[in-house]
Write a protein that binds this ligand. Structure first.
Ligand code: NAP
Length: 270
């Protein structure tokens, strides 16, 4: 069954998803409804740029659509759910992309409802998101599959149990930031060795993109790919040794754990 789609919130995440749906041809612009708590500047921009249906009444969003993606900050989500509860029917499928707000917390504010918690990341803006999809027990499997296709339209999506969502935040939700640090550091190293700054970013970014594609597209273990490029007494093994001496892998693992821990703590606070 095809769902009518609506967004509650029109910020960065909503815009990334709207762009993805339109670029993929998954929905036509007149089929997408977007509500925001005020028209200017965000909703106006979205209406002008994407030519979707901008609406200013919450009630209209829930009358016109049955699949609603909440793309507001976690504190806003818990504030608005009690006020929109009166518009909900059992047909509505609610999707939250808010960090740190559990399905149980959402259901406590809406009552029994079909709920999916999704965790995309910012490369959604260029249709390269990695998203997790966690449905509650009320969501039929064909509707979960539909939502996976919606999220696939702006990247890649996978169904996981909500229990592992903290790990997802650590490995993909927050990960673009650590990869940016890595790219910046690679480029700084190259600049230190004499490469022009702009060239250094271009070389570093393409090296990371290419390596990521090697992992994703060959299906080979990352260790095997590393072995293939480290020749005896060569340059690459010298660099790998320098990283290992400075606990590179342990540091990255700690970063993932820190993001996961923070997400877990946020779920307890909201
Ligand atoms: N950005 C990411 O990397 C990322 C990744 C995964 C998940 N998320 C989640 O996505 C959600 C949205 O993030 P975002 O980056 O899209 O945020 P954002 O750009 O700040 O957008 C937030 C939206 O909420 C609206 N809003 C603000 N205050 C409101 C209120 N009191 N009542 C109703 N609506 C209100 C904003 O409208 P105005 O602009 O008009 O104020 C805007 O449309 C967050 O929960 C975040 O955890 C984000």
């Amino acid at each position: 069954m095809r769902h009518t789609i609506g967004f509650y919130g029109a910020g960065n995440m909503a815009q990334a998803m709207i762009a993805g749906l339109l670029n993929a041809g998954f929905y036509q612009k007149e089929e997408i409804y977007v509500y925001n708590h005020r028209y200017e500047p965000t909703l106006k921009k979205v209406e002008e740029e994407y030519e979707v249906r901008a609406i200013s009444e919450e009630k209209t969003l829930f009358e016109q659509t049955d699949l609603i993606i909440f793309a507001v900050k976690p504190a806003v989500l818990t504030q608005v759910l009690p006020q929109i509860k009166k518009y909900l029917t059992k047909e509505h499928l609610l999707i939250s992309v808010a960090a740190g707000v559990s399905i149980r917390q959402i259901a406590a504010l809406t009552g029994p409802q079909k709920i999916i918690r999704a965790m995309p990341n910012t490369p959604a803006t260029i249709q390269q998101a990695m998203s997790s999809i966690s449905p509650n027990e009320l969501v039929p499997s064909e509707q979960t599959q539909f939502v996976v296709e919606v999220f696939n339209s702006f990247g890649k999506a996978k169904v996981v149990s909500e229990e592992v969502i903290d790990a997802v935040v650590g490995v993909s939700g927050s990960a673009p930031a650590y990869v940016y640090l890595f790219i910046e550091a690679l480029a700084d190293g190259a600049v230190s060795e004499g490469l022009a700054r702009a060239d250094a970013y271009e070389f570093a970014a393409q090296a990371v993109l290419g390596a990521a594609k090697m992992v994703a597209e060959t299906g080979k273990h990352p260790g095997e790919l590393k072995d293939e490029v480290t020749s005896p007494k060569g340059t690459t093994i010298a660099a790998v040794k320098a990283l290992e001496e400075n606990n590179f892998r342990a540091d990255v693992m700690k970063a993932v754990e820190a993001a996961a821990k923070k997400n877990h703590e946020m779920s307890k606070d909201t």
